[in-house]
Design a protein around this ligand. Structure first.
Ligand code: NAD
Length: 481
């Protein structure tokens, strides 16, 4: 007999407790070999003053079991509170967020009967790095971080996944026509790694048209690999067009731990009414069983769930008079699945799971590039005039090694050439560039420059160094430069 698997379980808040109760009831009836450790997370914990929504001692349970079945929680807005989901993903190194979506037509109404897509979303970086600053009265910024290790790991994971599951195509979506360095890196790594998997078709789409096509013609897609924010959006679109966001499951996979949760949130307006669809969480629990090598019991539950759907036993979010036989509540739906354990669907294809523990994806750091400092962007908070006046003041900071080259506002060049129509905020990016290209600058050059800028009573609020990496610029030009 298989050994029992320790798992940390947190019901969450909103509809979390009721869908977790329904899910655990099914797991128990199917004799899933789990040893459950319960912890509390969510709103109540935030109100008790735990800024991450979890008690510090409960991290021990998560680190010990390395397996987390999690209900949705209400994310408090503002006030220094951190999203628990993002914290857990990053703390436990859960770099891959896998969100499979499949149409259950004709039993669940959808305009897209041919839909079988797996969204593989990068889970730790991008705008979710959570590094935000207010820099002037008028301007706030959020740092978008895309890294080579992060991109390589998720993209390799997606291709390995496609190979194991014998899927035909991997599509990458980015906005690298605009974000040439950040999204450009993700796209470049995708192109590099796709060459190692010649049997799998690969394509890249700009994310706006890519998502539009997903909404209009999901049958064009198979596996998607995307940076964090695009993945969040496109997986909700995909789940919603399949019938209900309440059915979407997700697995957050790392080398040492994994977390399984529905893709939907805590749905506070329907909480406590026994009407929520528990399918998203139940399907996530099935993925957890597959992940832990319990494919047989996972298949039994999934087939019983498909049979209940096929029999028209539907929660209200997917109920339609044409395709449903009975409208049921959350717990009654779970009971209907339990009654069908051991049965298979008759029209939908029954599943047979094999143990699916992904390979550990290793990252091999490359030898460093030759890095040459060639300039510095000095960001200035200023309202006393326009770009030409600012340039006159800044040029007094020029010396024989560094000169003011360009000023931009919200990325648009406004000096030395600009247009009077361009609206300017109080946040100016002032680019000083080396006059001695081949030699490179030193930190002392930058410190000296900042001293001279401060002497002009100009308030600099941040700097970004401009480097060449093996002779290639590691910075973007101003729009219009
Ligand atoms: P939501 O996913 O909670 O709800 C969106 C819509 O879908 C609502 O109409 C809701 O009633 C419906 N819905 C969601 N799950 C359903 C289910 N299982 N059955 C039937 N209908 C369902 O999104 P929201 O309203 O934007 O967010 C509510 C709260 O949840 C917010 O605080 C948000 O930050 C949080 N949230 C948490 C998670 C998570 O814990 N993983 C994910 C997303 C949002």
């Amino acid at each position: 007999m298989a050994s029992r698997i320790p798992v940390t379980v947190a019901p969450g808040d909103g509809i979390g407790p009721e869908i977790m109760e329904a899910t655990l009831k099914v797991l128990d009836a199917a004799k899933a070999p789990l040893d459950i450790e319960r912890i509390e997370i969510g709103e109540k914990l935030y109100h008790e003053g735990h800024s991450a929504g979890i008690r510090p001692e409960d991290w021990e349970s998560l680190r010990k079991t390395g397996l987390f079945l999690k209900g949705p929680i209400t994310t408090p807005r503002g006030g220094g509170m951190k999203s628990l989901n993002v914290t857990v993903r990053k703390t436990l190194g859960l770099f891959a967020n896998v969100r499979p979506v499949k149409s259950l037509a004709p039993f669940v109404t959808t305009k897209h009967p041919i839909l079988d897509v797996i969204v593989i979303r990068e889970n730790e970086e991008d705008l979710y790095a959570g590094i935000e600053h207010q820099q002037t009265d008028e301007v706030v910024q959020c740092l978008k971080l895309i890294t080579r290790p992060g991109s390589e790991k998720i993209i390799r994971y997606a291709f390995e996944f496609a190979r194991r599951r014998k899927r035909r195509k991997v599509t990458c979506m980015t906005k690298d026509n605009i974000m040439k360095l950040t999204d450009g890196l993700f796209h470049r790594v995708f192109a590099e790694i796709s060459e190692e998997y010649p049997e799998i078709e690969s394509e890249h789409l700009i994310v706006d048209i890519g998502m539009a096509r997903m909404a209009a013609a999901p049958e064009l897609f198979d596996i998607l690999v995307v940076p964090n924010l695009y993945g969040d959006i496109v997986s909700d679109i995909t789940a919603e067009i399949s019938g209900s966001v309440g059915m979407g499951s997700s697995a957050n996979i790392g080398d040492k731990a994994a977390m399984f949760e529905a893709i939907h949130g805590s749905a506070p307006t329907i909480a406590g009414k026994n009407i929520a669809n528990p399918s998203g969480l139940l399907r996530s629990a099935v993925t957890m069983l597959v992940h832990t090598g319990n494919g047989t019991v996972a298949g039994t539950i999934y087939n019983a769930w498909q049979r209940a759907i096929e029999d028209g036993i539907h929660t209200v979010d997917i109920y339609t008079p044409m395709h449903s036989r009975k409208s049921v509540g959350t717990q009654e739906f779970a009971d209907a699945v339990i009654e069908r354990l051991g049965e298979e669907p008759q029209k939908l294809p029954p599943v047979r799971y094999e143990a699916d523990r992904p390979n550990v994806i290793k990252y091999n750091r490359r030898s460093p590039a030759k890095k040459t400092l060639v300039g510095v962007d000095v960001f200035v908070h200023w309202t006393a005039g326009g770009a030409d006046e600012l340039a006159v003041m800044l040029q007094t900071a020029d010396n024989e090694r560094l000169k003011l080259q360009m000023i931009s506002n919200r990325g648009v060049m406004v000096w030395p050439e600009g247009y009077p129509e361009t609206f300017c905020t109080d946040h100016w990016r002032c680019r000083f560039y080396t006059t001695k290209d081949s030699q490179g600058l030193s930190t002392d050059d930058v410190i000296g420059l900042l001293g001279r800028v401060a002497d002009q009573q100009l308030e600099f609020i941040k700097t970004e160094h401009l480097y060449l990496f093996d002779g290639e610029p590691g910075f973007s030009l101003g729009q219009g430069q």
